[in-house]
Design a protein around this ligand. Structure first.
Ligand code: ZN
Length: 337
């Protein structure tokens, strides 16, 4: 058997005013040099300024999250001999920070300002090239979630995070199916952990957007499941392929978690699993359950359903692809279109 390479965060802090604990976190992790702190104008105001004053450094603003920007940040880390990287913000900033840390071989501290997806603690970044790809990097060494800050973030982002956790439901079904059909490695522990995040969020769908520590824990556990599995498999199946396809073909895609949530309804239908339970839980979270609520046309939904299987080499319930009739059937019967 191949050697398993499991990478996990060393320290996770979740709680009200956790931002003020960042210097304690840093000394516990043994970092002595100064960090590069990346945020944008908005996240600087809500959390970055506190982080910077606690660590006695200036914030570095991120604007484009482009490969060029990552390269500039890399140069900055080596020129100033910085010891670690802190990302304060949403998905793109955390991804930029993870990438800069990975390329400069420095530890990374993740400070999310919302809880909109499972990238908070995962060892992956998503890059948008001609096809969206996720790249394996290191897990954040530290994760610091200030629930006071996260609770104040837009409800739409939190509902999207809840939907991303719920999407583990079909991701795990796809993983199991791939194992049966192709002999692909299946990790019981990672699958159980990812499945549990979906389950807890679904069971508490009515309050999870208000009880952000529960939501944050679900998303961190998803990231940990990815670390244990060594791939995004436990948290990314056909519903994510559907979302990635929408990102590619729509001029104005919806949020990642929102699209994955709607995908989960339809993929659960294809799996002959509890798609109604998924739909009802998403509704209770305040997440979209239809094309209309996503702001995406019925035609694009059908196109994404038909193209999703080709997005990456990953066996799912979509097999070698849905026909137009097949796509129409699942989208109509689940009420998505
Ligand atoms: Zn996701």
């Amino acid at each position: 058997m191949a050697i398993k390479d499991i990478e996990l965060p060393r320290k996770v802090l979740v709680g009200e005013n956790a931002l003020y604990e960042i210097d304690a976190l840093v000394s516990e992790l043994g970092f002595t040099k100064k960090p590069l702190v990346i945020c944008d104008e908005i996240t600087k105001e809500v959390a970055g300024d506190i982080v910077c004053s606690e660590l006695e450094v200036d914030a570095t603003l991120s604007r484009f999250s482009s490969p060029e920007e990552v390269f500039d940040f890399e140069k900055l880390v080596s020129r100033k001999k910085l010891g670690y990287v802190v990302g304060v913000g949403g998905g793109r900033i955390l991804d930029t920070g993870k990438l800069v840390a990975f390329k400069t071989q420095k530890p990374f501290i993740s400070v999310p300002t919302s809880a909109s997806h499972d990238g908070i603690a995962s060892p992956q970044v998503s890059l948008k090239q001609d096809k969206p790809v996720s790249v394996r990097v290191h897990s954040p060494t530290g994760v610091l979630c200030d629930t006071r800050v996260i609770a104040k973030s837009p409800k739409r982002l939190l509902a999207s995070g809840a939907a991303d956790a719920i999407s583990n439901y079909t991701a795990v079904l796809d993983w199991k199916l791939a194992h049966e059909k192709t002999g692909e490695y299946f990790g019981d522990y990672a699958a159980a952990l990812a499945g549990m995040s979906a389950e807890i969020v679904m069971e508490n769908a009515g309050k999870v957007v208000d009880d952000v520590s529960m939501l944050v824990e679900a998303l961190i556990s998803s990231g940990v499941a990815i670390g244990i599995a060594g791939s995004s498999r436990p948290c990314s199946g056909s519903e994510h392929l559907f979302s990635h396809t929408l990102d590619l073909i729509c001029e104005k895609p919806a949020l990642h978690g929102e699209q994955c949530g709607v995908g989960t309804i339809m993929m659960a239908y294809l799996h002959k699993a509890d798609w109604r339970g998924v739909r009802d839980a998403l509704k209770k979270c305040g997440a979209p359950t239809t094309a209309k609520e996503l702001g995406i046309t019925d035609e694009k939904i059908l196109e994404a359903l038909m193209k999703a299987h080709g997005m990456r080499d990953r066996y799912t319930i979509l097999g070698s692809g849905l026909s137009r009739n097949g796509a129409e059937k699942v989208a109509k019967e689940t009420g998505v279109i």
